[in-house]
Write a protein that binds this ligand. Structure first.
Ligand SMILES: [Fe+2]
Length: 159
């Protein structure tokens, strides 16, 4: 039988998956931390949104970890960098979320480039994650716009 993953550079792929795992685990901690610090009228939906993000990051971390062991490698027990800006207004939390999720997205894109045309399973995984992270970034971008403003937040920040 042909080796399942003969065409991929296993060290490179496992390295990227481990960085993804660390980044997603940092997301679990970050979103959970922020969820404790929401006060005011709109606390309930925002806390619930932040907890959903923590759960989604955990799911993403678990998916990356399962692929690492599928490849016969050892999953990292480190977590990615955590920055506490001590700015807990929702705008700052959203902007930081957009920035750190952007780092995870960049890792998934690197992974896609490393496996494209070489492993259908890993390629499918990377594409799904890019889809999900870009959708998420788009959602956060909408939350950063002022009501009535149509232009994307990221575009107005660039100009
Ligand atoms: Fe994620």
């Amino acid at each position: 039988m042909e080796c399942l993953m003969s065409d991929i550079d296993k060290d490179q792929v496992v390295g990227l998956l481990n960085r993804i795992l660390e980044q997603e685990l940092a997301g679990v901690v970050r979103y959970t931390h922020y969820s404790f610090l929401v006060f005011g009228h709109s606390r309930i939906p925002i806390v619930s949104w932040l907890r959903d993000q923590a759960n989604e990051s955990l799911l993403h971390a678990q998916q990356a970890g399962e692929l690492i062991t599928l490849l016969g490698a050892y999953p990292s027990l480190t977590i990615g960098p955590l920055l506490d800006s001590h700015q807990h207004d929702i705008g700052a939390v959203m902007r930081e979320s957009l920035e750190t999720e952007g780092k995870a997205l960049a890792l998934y894109k690197k992974l896609l480039a490393a496996v494209e045309g070489r492993s259908v399973m890993l390629e499918e995984y990377a594409r799904q994650m890019i889809y999900s992270e870009e959708l998420h970034a788009g959602e956060v971008d909408k939350m950063l716009r002022k009501p009535g403003e149509l232009a994307a937040f990221s575009q107005s920040a660039d100009s």
